[in-house]
Design a binder for this molecule. Structure first.
Ligand code: NAP
Length: 477
């Protein structure tokens, strides 16, 4: 009997499409699901797309794979993934490769990788982005785990990944949890990007009293330039959609409470641990939380005074261009912060992640795919040690060009009372980075006052403390 080159267990929407993608690309694929109906229906409905070997038992599934076996697990993250690993492991042999392609939290991936290594097995935590359509037609794939396993697994994954300019959107990210970590930050950046787009929409709507469809047309135009991306493209589509029931713009009948599955929260929690400011991602995550705080919003609506100014827009086209420039600049900040987080984790865990390669594999297949990512890859190719994306000459110029517009938009939003947390915090971050002196000096003074936390001086080596409750002389600490 012919053996399968790769297997997929967990055939809900993602696993099913990933298995079809393998088969359509010429791989013989073994398929298995806890409840066999999903396996049977896959073969009944799509068996003609390629070579599938279906198994009802995990034992038969494992036996249908060529060695080293490559088993993709595509089930719910967390306990379900552990349960599948636990049943799979006793059936595997040294050198086999287990790939978790679900949305695992990277510390879980690190734990699983270490445990399977003890047993002589390779564990690859692979971030997969692009939703169900990406899984079928070509996702962006971010595999971590041992470099050795990528030698056999990589060519298979690269074949089913999205391709941009003939380059696959898949590369070995780094050891153990690196792949799932990068996927997590990808999702965090996705949160920031969506929030920024939302703020731009609200400004255009309130400032120019435009209809959603008219704003959709502006986004469609923006999609022809530097902002070209999947998220801008779908924004134009969503804003142009008319609700069949009411004839109103669909966006006006959707409840304004944004959901989240938790990857934004994970990104922010980790950024706090690493001490990396990801203000764009954090504000985006909190903005979703505020939107869902129904009780607080209702209580505040009629109580909190506005004291807002009226809009004064003399130049309609100029305002639209200002919003576009502010959006682009804020977006550069959000991405710069995300890449800083990847770099910090890479250093902390010894992952040696190539940031330019991450931007390259996000160019296709995934939700944040964008023209702009080419520029990020180029920036890291120019300087692999770049301190911040913002100081790369291309991005420094691009943001400097828009900084006046950015300030006008953020101040106008504050005066008119439009909440723009991501635009505003990105500008504040930009200004903090470029400031000669920050009030952190005062904070150090305060800390020394109440907690003898000491401070350093600008004009002398060493650590100092002022005797605040004594004669206020300074001593070396
Ligand atoms: N949906 C997306 O757009 C998307 C995008 C990227 C990544 N992901 C990730 O991809 C993974 C799969 O997502 P999904 O939406 O296709 O499926 P899902 O709804 O997350 O999971 C359902 C699958 O998990 C299996 N399962 C659950 N508990 C199990 C257990 N204890 N033992 C064995 N199998 C178990 C189910 O088997 P039964 O059929 O027997 O119940 C079913 O095949 C998730 O980690 C998800 O976060 C999803």
């Amino acid at each position: 009997m012919a053996l399968a080159q790769i297997g997929v267990t967990g055939l809900a929407v993602m696993g099913r499409n990933l298995a079809r993608n393998f088969a359509r690309n010429g791989f013989t694929v073994a398929v298995h699901n806890r409840s066999p109906q999903k396996m049977q229906s896959l073969i009944e409905e799509h068996g003609d797309e390629g070579d599938f070997i279906g198994s009802e038992s995990l034992e038969d599934f494992v036996a249908s794979l060529e060695r080293p076996r490559k088993v993709v697990i595509m089930v719910q993250a967390g306990a379900a993934t552990d349960a599948v690993i636990d049943s799979l492991v006793p059936l595997l042999e040294t050198g086999d490769i287990v790939i978790d392609a679900g949305n695992a939290h990277y510390p879980d991936t690190r734990r699983r990788e270490a445990a399977l290594k003890e047993l002589g097995l390779h564990f690859v935590g692979a971030g997969v982005s692009g939703g169900e359509e990406g899984a079928l037609l070509g996702p962006s794939i971010m595999p971590g785990g041992p470099a050795e396993s990528y030698e056999t697994l990589g060519p298979i994954l690269e074949k089913i990944a999205a391709q941009v300019d003939g380059v696959p959107c898949c590369t070995h990210v780094g050891p153990d949890g690196a792949g799932h970590f990068v996927k997590m930050v990808h999702n965090g950046i996705e949160y920031a990007d969506m929030q920024l787009i939302g703020e731009a929409y609200q400004l255009l709507r309130d400032g120019l009293s435009l209809s959603p469809a008219e704003i959709g047309e502006i986004f469609a135009q923006w999609n022809e330039g530097d902002l070209e991306s999947f998220l801008i493209e779908i924004t134009a589509e969503v804003l142009g959609q008319v609700d069949a029931r009411t004839g109103k713009p669909l966006v006006d009948v959707i409840v304004d409470q944004a959901g989240q599955k938790g990857t934004g929260r994970w990104t922010v929690q980790n950024a706090l641990d690493l001490g990396v400011p990801v203000t764009g991602i954090a504000e985006a995550t909190f903005a979703r939380a505020i939107s869902s705080q129904v009780a607080q919003r209702e209580a505040a609506r009629d109580v909190l005074s506005a004291s807002t100014s009226d809009w004064h827009i003399n130049n309609r086209e100029g305002f639209i261009e200002d919003v576009r420039l502010a959006l682009y600049a804020s977006k550069v900040v959000a991405y710069a912060q995300g890449f800083d987080q990847i770099q910090a984790a890479s250093e902390q865990y010894g992952w040696d992640i190539d940031r330019g390669a991450m931007a390259r594999i996000w160019r296709g297949g995934c939700i944040i795919r964008a023209r702009f990512l080419n520029r990020i890859t180029e920036a890291y190719e120019r300087d692999g040690e770049l301190a911040s994306l913002l100081v790369d000459p291309y991005f420094a110029d691009a943001v400097s060009e828009g900084v006046g517009a950015w300030r006008r938009i953020v101040s106008m939003a504050a005066l008119t009372g439009v909440p723009t947390p991501a635009f505003s915090s990105s500008l504040a971050y930009y200004d903090a980075l470029r400031s000669e002196r920050l009030p952190a000096a005062l904070i150090q003074g305060q800390r020394d006052f109440f907690g003898a936390h000491t401070y350093k001086r600008v004009d002398a080596e060493g650590t100092f403390h002022t005797l605040w409750s004594g004669d206020r002389s300074e001593v070396e600490a």
